[in-house]
Each structure stands twice: as C-alpha cells, then as structure tokens.
Design a protein around this ligand. Structure first.
Ligand code: BGC
Length: 728
C-alpha cells in the first residue's frame, strides 16, 4: 500500500528492531482459534486473527497486541463478510444479475460499516473467479461467466469495502480472490485441477484481478488449485511476476485456508517447512492457518530457508496495511456503537438490491397478478422456507422471513392458501396430487421451488443441475391442472429447467436474495416491482451441456439453426427443431442447439425498443486508438409499454478475423436505465484501446487491424450490429 513518509518511518523503526521470529509471526492469520488460544497466539506475536465474534473480544485481543507484546503491533482481524454481516444482501451471482454495480458497492459499504463496528478490519471478498461451469458450487460467490462483469463488480465491491480512505473507521480491507483461474476447476468439482493456456489465463481469468488492483484492492488471496501443474500458493510466476511485478499489486497476498498445508497433498512439498518455504519464496505474504510459528513459539522457517529481503518485503506489506488502516493510532472500537442488527436504511438497501436482482425468465401474460383481491394458492418447498440468505451467511445475521409471510404483508388483499406439499428430497406422489387437486379453484397458483443454499458455495459441487427432489413433478402436476400459474425459483446457480419449462407459463428467477428477498419477490408477483435483471450466467438445457457460455469461440464447424433437415442422416426423433442443420458440426445430437436461457436474458412487464445504433466513425486508425482516441457508440432506447421499467443495455464486440480465434461476442459495456412509459433515452458508450485487443500466446496485448462488429441492444439476441474498421 502506498505509505506517507511518516508512516514509512514507523515501519522502518519497527523493522529495525524486529527479530526473524517476530517478523515471521506477522506473516500468518490464525484460523478461527478458541478465544483463550487466540489470546496466547497474540501474546506470541501473531499478526492476524479471525474475528473472535464480538467487539469486546476483539478489543481485548488488540489490547494484548498493543500492551503485552514487545513492539505493540496491532492486529489484522479478518472475516468472510461476503454479502452481509447483519444485513444480508443477495448472493453475489444475483447481484451481478442486476447489471448495476452500485448494488455491489452499496452491499460492500453497508457490510463494511456493520463489520467494522465490531472490530473486523479485513474481509475476504470480492470473489472474482470467472465461472462457466454451474456444477461448481462456488459460482454463487462470484459475478458469473463474463470477465468484464467480474471486473466491474469486483472493483465496485473494493470501493465499497475500502471506502474513500482506509483510515475511516468504517473502512475494511478488501481481498480479491481466488488468484487465479479457480473457476476452471475440471468437471466443476471444487478444488480440482486447472490447466489453462496463456491466452485463456490472461483474457478470461486475470482481467478481473487487473480491475481490482486498479481499484486499489489491499489484499489478494491465492487459489487452492494448481495452474498448469503448479499450485497457485507456490507459483512464483503468478504471485510475483504477474500479480506483483506486472499488475503492480502493492498490497499483501494471503493464502487460502490451509492452502499452504495442502501443498503436501498436491504432492509439491515434502513437509510443512518445505511448503512454507516454497509459498513465501513464490510471493505469499500471509499464511492462512497459523502454521508459520509452531505452538511453542519457534518459527518453522530458518534463515537458510528464505532470503531476508523476501521476509522483509512481506512484513513491510503487512505493516503497510496496518498503518494504512490507522491501527497504530487506534485499533479499538466502542462496544456501544457496534451494529448488531439491521437498520431501516440497511434493510431498504438490501430490498432495493433484491428487487434489482430479479430476472423474469418467461412470462406468457400471467404476471404480474396485481394488488387487488384474488385467491392465490402458494405451493412448494419455498412457500414457508426461510432459506433465503444464501451461501456465506453469518450465523449471527438477521434471519429472513418466508415468502408466505411476505405475501401476506405486501399483498394484503390476496386470500392466500399455503401448501408446502413436498420436501426437497422426498415427497410422495399422492401428496403432490392432494396439493394440486383443487388448483383450479384459485385465480392463480405460485409454485415456489429451489435449491437449498446448503447445496451451493464451497465444496458443494453438483453433477445434476435439476431442481432436487420431486419439485419437477410438482410443477408438472400443477401444469397438468391447466391452472394459471407462475414458478418462482430460489437457487444459487444456473439450473436445468427443460423437464418443465415449456409447461410453465411464467417463471421468475429469485436466486437467494438475502434478508429482504421474500419481500422483493412478493412485490414482483403483485407488480409493485417490475423485474429488470438479466442472467449473468448461461442456463443450460442439460447438465451434460456444460460448460456452455456466450463468449465461446466459433469453432471451425459451428452448428447453425436453419430448420432444414440434412437428408435424414441423423435421427430427427432425437433432436430438437434447431439441431437439424448439418451432420459434421459442433453440437449434441440429442439436444436443441444453444442454451435454455442465454447470458443476458431477462424479460420485463413492459417492453423496450431500440433505435438504430450510431458509431462516431466507421473506421479508426490503430495509432489514434493507441493514442487515446475512442469510438463512440450511441443508441436510443424507449419504453414502449404501459409500465415503468428498467432495461439493461449491452455492448458487445466481435473481432471478425484475428491471429487467434476470438469469441463470437465479448461484452465491453453495459448500463441499466429506468424508463417511464413512453420515455426515450439516448445511451452513449466509449470504446478504446483496451476494448478491442486480446492477450496472445506470448502474453502480449495486441490490437489487430481489420473488421469488427459492434453489437448493441438488450442482450445477445436483441443486439443490432454495426461494422467498424480498425486501420493501420
Ligand atoms: C475459502 C475462502 C475463504 C477462506 C476463509 C476458504 O475455505 O476458499 O474463500 O475466504 O476459507 O474462510
């Protein structure tokens, strides 16, 4: 972290008087120790601890650090406040669906205020692992499949946590994680092997970290996985050459929980000392677990294990963070100001975030139901469930209510009948029959289904992406009654809906939306809120279609939707209508082409129309582009319906001919606009040097001359196309 001369002086004086052991003790965070053990560790000089769960306990540990250790170095106090401390916001994947980065920034600000008031000064967030495989449970923690979206949302989170100055009492250190390419774990199985090409590493996985570093992120966490055979924790090329030297990251690199110890199982280190030596030599600055110093106080690394300069560099980085936070002046927090429950303001912010994250997947004139009197039957495991907070929720967070209760509050004129009818993993067919038997007697049925949050997050990969248990049967049974109905899905990853989607007239994607999630859903069902989010990840047709993502390469034999049969060479009975083009093309014979719902899909209760896009110039000289000239893109968007609504507009590029195969589309800008009925707005975007190029296999950023397409519109399908030439 950049430090002032006075701060530099503080660090220099400390460094001059610290022993080798005292320095190493600063380079570790004790992993959730018992309070008595934590106090002892702090006395022995440890530099960081996990939050001991109360402001009083934190103050006591800081007091020990200040008064009972030789140098009085205050503590970093870490906690995973990923999407809320007391007030839980939507899971990050849902925040990305808002396509409004202010959602993430507000979450991080509120979260930092709540956490900092209890003595936390460091969070392990944001996760900016680009995720293209929904089997991986951790997709819920990040911002989806697009590199640019992860960069923009990651930077917004960093700004929110770290505030305008780290010295402010409500600012905490952010941590961009997991460095790097963790999202490409083979088979979507957590902790699994990652093997990436240079161009994929740089174009897909590294860019969000560049954005986080540019936003001033104070710490970065190494990933559990190997990258091309070398675990990230012991990967000097990644941690030192790329992250610190090339991206210019001046903060501290922290290991993941026992990530250094895991080098033994990776088969990279023979013992703990070897693992520690390799990690710190590679560029790690803080080990997570507390293994650097043994229980009896001796450092596990001797002078022969690591160069003094490397240790000094790591210690300076850690002390730099403590100085930047102002901890040497005052590490304490007043217990009377600890925020222990949500406030009206934080609840309102969480509600707004939840409303913005809703995605209307399908709507055949069923939704919204309106606020007026009507008889509604609410069915399904999420009718009464309070499982809305999502993965990475704090045990002491304010609990959420149920959808049923929220509907009673938000839609007081509805006459609501609630039948839970089916469990997630069991359920008997005759229970379903009883639940839906009189569905016809109601004005409408709401089927609240989902994926428990315990099936999402770390170590929660799934091989089958369908709704668990008998929920598909429940939806099918409702459909068979011919009643008017809407499905609401509560989940933390893209799900496969193919068994029931065609029979469901309306489907609202409600993710795990946090404390105010049920209220947001009730308001969307009635129409008080008009959903305006879009999908940040592709929803596949089948679990075996993954990975499937929008910015894929074209391949040499792309399958095209044409509707013509290829002379009976393939068994049409096995294929959907789109999949009948040509035998020797890239596709599955037994699936329709393309995903169920593409990245960027999302409907509204109103309708939007776009005018013709305008480019500032049809061609640009590469040298001008490199010199800072930009290409302007303008488009008019109008609300042509009868309700107010939000529209997300996206700008994609396609480089038509390049020296490396390029994605069929690449998102470069997006914006979310609120429009009243009849209102038209002109949207303007600027694209520059950093938008048109790519990283090649020699790790060089190149912008190549030639023809580009600029696609502008409400999503992949709706985009209008303009041509642009970059000339030498
Ligand atoms: C996770 C990290 C997290 C850490 C500390 C690990 O298991 O991978 O994302 O920050 O635990 O709780």
């Amino acid at each position: 972290m950049p430090v002032t001369p006075v701060q530099e002086d503080v660090i220099n004086r400390l460094m001059a008087s610290m022993t080798w052991e005292q320095k190493l003790a600063q380079l570790q965070i004790a992993f959730r120790p018992r309070l008595e053990d934590a106090a002892e560790l702090v006395r022995s000089g440890i530099g960081a601890v996990f939050w001991p769960r109360s402001v009083e306990a934190t103050n006591e540990l800081q007091r020990i650090a200040r008064e009972e250790t030789q140098h009085g170095i205050p503590l970093l106090v870490g906690l995973d406040v990923i999407h809320g401390q007391r007030t839980t916001f939507p899971v990050p994947l849902a925040q990305a669906a808002s396509f409004d980065p202010s959602t993430a920034e507000t979450d991080a600000r509120v979260t930092a205020q709540e956490a900092a008031s209890g003595g936390v000064n460091w969070t392990f967030s944001p996760m900016i692992d680009v995720s293209r495989d929904p089997r991986w449970g951790r997709v819920v923690e990040g911002f989806g499949e697009d590199t640019y979206v992860n960069g923009v949302f990651g930077a917004a989170k960093v700004r929110g946590y770290q505030g305008s100055s780290l010295r402010d009492r409500d600012s905490i250190l952010a941590c961009a994680k997991h460095f790097v390419a963790y999202g490409q774990a083979e088979g979507g199985r957590d902790y699994n092997t990652v093997d990436v090409s240079t161009q994929r590493l740089r174009n897909i996985y590294l860019e969000p970290f560049r954005s986080a570093v540019d936003a001033g992120v104070a710490t970065v966490m190494a990933a559990f996985n190997t990258v091309s055979g070398r675990p990230a924790h012991a990967n000097q090329q990644l941690l030192t050459e790329i992250l610190k030297n090339e991206l210019g990251f001046a903060g501290a690199v922290v290991g993941d929980a026992d990530g250094v110890v895991n080098l033994l199982d990776h088969g990279i280190a023979g013992d703990l000392q070897d693992a520690l030596r390799q990690s710190f030599a590679a560029g790690l600055d803080i080990e997570m677990g507390g293994n650097v110093v043994a229980d009896h106080g001796d450092a596990r690394l001797g002078h022969d294990d690591l160069p003094l300069e490397r240790v000094n560099d790591a210690v300076r980085r850690v002390l730099g963070l403590k100085v930047a936070l102002g901890l040497f002046d005052d590490p304490f927090r007043e217990p009377e100001y600890e925020v222990k429950s949500p406030t009206d303001t934080s609840r309102r912010a969480a509600l707004k975030a939840a409303e913005k994250a809703l995605v209307l997947l399908k709507n055949e004139s069923v939704l919204p139901f309106g606020l007026g009197p009507k008889r509604i039957l609410l069915l399904g495991p999420y009718a009464n469930s309070t499982d809305h907070l999502g993965a990475w929720v704090q045990s002491f967070a304010e609990p959420a209510g149920s959808l049923a209760d929220a509907i009673r509050r938000e839609c007081p004129e509805w006459v609501l009948t609630v039948r839970e009818a089916t469990g997630f993993f069991g359920g008997e067919p005759d229970l379903i029959a009883q639940a839906v038997g009189d569905a016809h007697d109601y004005d409408a049925v709401v089927v609240a289904v989902g994926e428990p949050s315990a099936l999402t997050g770390e170590a929660s990969s799934r091989s089958d992406l369908r709704l668990p248990g008998v929920q598909e049967e429940l939806i099918q049974a409702v459909a068979a009654t011919g009643s008017t109905f809407a499905v609401v899905m509560f989940n933390g990853r893209p799900l496969v809906t193919s068994a029931w989607i065609d029979g469901a007239p309306s489907v609202l994607e409600a993710w795990h939306l946090g404390l105010e999630g049920p209220q947001a859903v009730a308001r969307a069902l009635s129409g008080v809120v008009n959903p305006g989010g879009k999908l940040p990840m592709t929803f596949p047709r089948s679990s075996s279609q993954v990975p499937i993502y929008y910015d894929h390469e074209n391949t040499g034999r792309p399958a095209r939707v044409s509707g013509t049969l290829d002379g009976g060479a393939v068994d049409v009975a096995l294929m959907g209508p789109g999949n009948t083009d040509d035998h020797y093309t890239s596709k599955y014979k037994d699936l329709d082409l393309g995903p169920q719902f593409p990245f960027g899909h999302g409907l509204s209760y109103t309708s939007f129309e776009y005018g013709e896009p305008r480019l500032s110039a049809p061609e640009v000289l590469l040298s001008d582009l490199e010199g800072g000239q930009t290409v302007g893109v303008e488009i008019d968007v109008s609300n042509t319906g009868s309700r107010s609504g939000d529209e997300v507009t996206m700008v994609f590029i396609r480089d038509l001919v390049a020296s490396l195969a390029q994605p069929v589309r690449r998102l470069r800008r997006f914006t979310r606009t609120s429009l009243k009925p009849g209102e038209t707005r002109t949207l303007s975007f600027e694209l520059g040097w950093n938008d048109f190029g790519f990283w090649d296999n020699d790790a060089r950023y190149v912008v190549e001359e030639g023809a580009f397409e600029i696609h502008v519109g409400g999503g992949l399908d709706a985009a209008a196309v303009r041509s642009l030439h970059l000339r030498l």
